[in-house]
Design a protein around this ligand. Structure first.
Ligand code: MSP
Length: 514
């Protein structure tokens, strides 16, 4: 197939289990993916951003049983909480796939049959351990004190007939791929973990179950349902048009970036690529594993009652404040701690004091000294070039950081412009210039440059805090539609003099807590 345009940038989140409501862990990956999707659109890419729900398997079946409802009723009910939360968080996904949809079922069965026709699936017997919360198989030797090595919860003995995927056959091919594509698994310390796992020996993988019913039947052998991870991973293909829509598939697949938590890296960086190798499909370009949040220093869990509900955070602190905090607090990849003190500190500091004040004092001065009309720049000084250079470096630094999926660095980089713009005001002291009619030309330049820094900042923060960026855009009364802004619009000097600014309510009200 020849391609007539650039292929889409395809970014995914994991698809979330619908046995429970969304928490900050889910919100974290989804916000990160949204920021990346929005940034790529800003750079002019055509983007396909996918999220969805994982609705099959024993874990969902058990949860439904516990509620006295059918699994599909549970799924229909809980999936809405995810969809609603993504709307509230301004998630710009292009599709939402549910694994109970027909398009997905067709894709999974086709994928299974394709791999089977390759000779890579055989019928055997599984006898080992299963962890339902993780939906993972374990051998005796892998257990830690008789429990699941990942979540430390009890496992159950499973002895049943099962279809197996010849994963062992792909061990060398996978190692070779990882070595030749150093960016495939990120961060690099996680890559090393995957490599040693693969080197310790890949066993064939059980990919069907007979002891429960809630799943996609194995084609031609309806006693079996397909293993939930085999089912779930294929969502990335079913949403991309597999198997029927070849043009769409060629346009979208392979994925450019699978964002996942560190706990599910093995499924994405070992199982998934070996399935794809067997099916003869290209592998995703990058799998990036982020770290985990603890809450006020403790592991987040239902039993501890400390699960953070993103809806509460939005109600109390605001959408953009929450989005900002999650990506600013911890380098993406490492574990971090979620605490209200840290959140409030960042809202009152970087958001209210640094950015909010910069906008509000700049507009106040523009109104006071020029009746709100953006002045033409007049007399210049050396520090103006420094400001311009800082803005240009913020743009290029953001691009480098985003290429490395380094959200925290992206933000600190933007804040170097915000801080410099604040300093620029202090150093130039417009209030003093305003007292001297002879310095009017200089005052015009200072106000113009300050507003111009804000215009550039609005573009740069737009993937992270879309609502705030749009408020800034409107305050500066910029004629370009906000949805049509591109990164190239950050070129210094783009602000048009002569238009009238509007002063909005404070961007980030200060939070006073205990
Ligand atoms: N259904 C599977 C994914 C299938 S993808 C083909 C699944 N779902 S999940 O709902 O349990 O979790 C999804 C994501 O939430 C994972 O990426 C996981 O890392 C993330 N988190 C769950 N708890 C978390 C924290 N405490 N902190 C950060 N992320 C966490 O796994």
């Amino acid at each position: 197939m020849s391609k007539t345009h650039n292929p889409r940038y395809f970014i995914t989140t994991p698809i979330y289990y619908v046995n429970d409501s969304p928490h900050i862990g889910h919100a974290y990956t989804t916000i990160a993916a949204d920021v990346m999707a929005r940034y790529r659109k800003l750079t002019g890419d055509s983007v396909f951003f996918l999220t969805g729900s994982d609705e099959h398997g024993q874990k969902i079946e058990k949860a439904a049983e516990g509620n006295n409802e059918r699994p599909i009723e549970l799924a229909d009910r809980v999936v809405i909480r995810f969809m609603d939360l993504w709307k509230r968080l301004n998630i710009s996904n292009d599709d939402f796939i549910r694994t109970t949809e027909e398009r997905h079922k067709i894709a999974v069965q086709h994928f299974f049959e394709h791999i089977k026709a390759k000779g890579d699936i055989y019928l055997g017997e599984y006898e080992d351990w299963y962890c339902i919360p993780c939906e993972s198989f374990w051998t005796d030797t892998q257990l830690v004190e008789g429990k699941c090595p990942d979540c430390k919860r009890p496992v159950e003995k499973v002895k049943e007939q099962s279809y197996f995927f010849r994963m062992s056959k792909y061990q060398d091919q996978l190692l070779d791929y990882i070595e030749k594509n150093p960016d495939f698994i990120q961060p690099s310390y996680r890559k090393n973990e995957v490599v040693s796992f693969v080197k310790s020996g890949l066993r064939d993988l059980s990919i069907s179950r007979t002891s429960f019913k809630w799943g996609i039947p194995v084609p031609g052998d309806e006693r079996h349902v397909i293993y939930v991870w085999f089912d779930a991973l294929v969502n990335y293909l079913s949403a991309a048009g597999y198997p029927g829509d070849i043009d769409r598939l060629n346009d979208i697949w392979p994925a450019d970036l699978h964002l996942v938590g560190k706990d599910i890296l093995r499924f994405h960086a070992v199982y998934w690529p070996t399935f794809l190798m067997s099916a003869g499909l290209p592998l995703p370009k990058k799998v990036f594993a982020h770290g985990w949040w603890t809450v006020e220093g403790e592991k987040m869990s239902k039993s501890r009652g400390n699960v953070v509900d993103p809806n509460e955070m939005i109600d109390r602190y605001g959408v953009d404040q929450f989005r900002y905090f999650l990506l600013r607090e911890v380098p993406f990849g490492l574990d971090g701690d979620f605490s209200k003190t840290a959140l409030v500190g960042r809202i009152n500091g970087e958001l209210a004091n640094d950015l909010g004040n910069l906008l509000s004092r700049s507009l106040t001065m523009a109104i006071k000294y020029f009746g709100g009309i953006i002045p033409e720049p007049g007399e210049t000084a050396e520090i103006d070039d420094e400001l311009k250079k800082t803005a240009e470096e913020a743009v290029s630094g953001l691009d480098e950081a985003m290429k490395e999926v380094a959200f925290q660095r992206s933000l600190t980089n933007i804040w170097s412009l915000v801080s410099f713009a604040n300093r620029y005001i202090e150093v130039n002291a417009p209030w003093a210039l305003a007292k001297d009619e002879a310095k009017k030309g200089r005052l015009q330049t200072v106000i113009y440059n300050t507003l111009e820094s804000l215009r550039v900042t609005a573009v740069l923060i737009s993937p992270f805090m879309p609502e705030t960026a749009e408020k800034m855009w409107k305050a500066l009364n910029i004629p370009t539609l906000f949805d049509e802004v591109k990164i190239t619009d950050t070129e210094w000097g783009g602000l048009k003099a002569g238009r009238t600014v509007n002063k909005p309510a404070p961007l980030f009200p200060r939070v006073e807590e205990k």
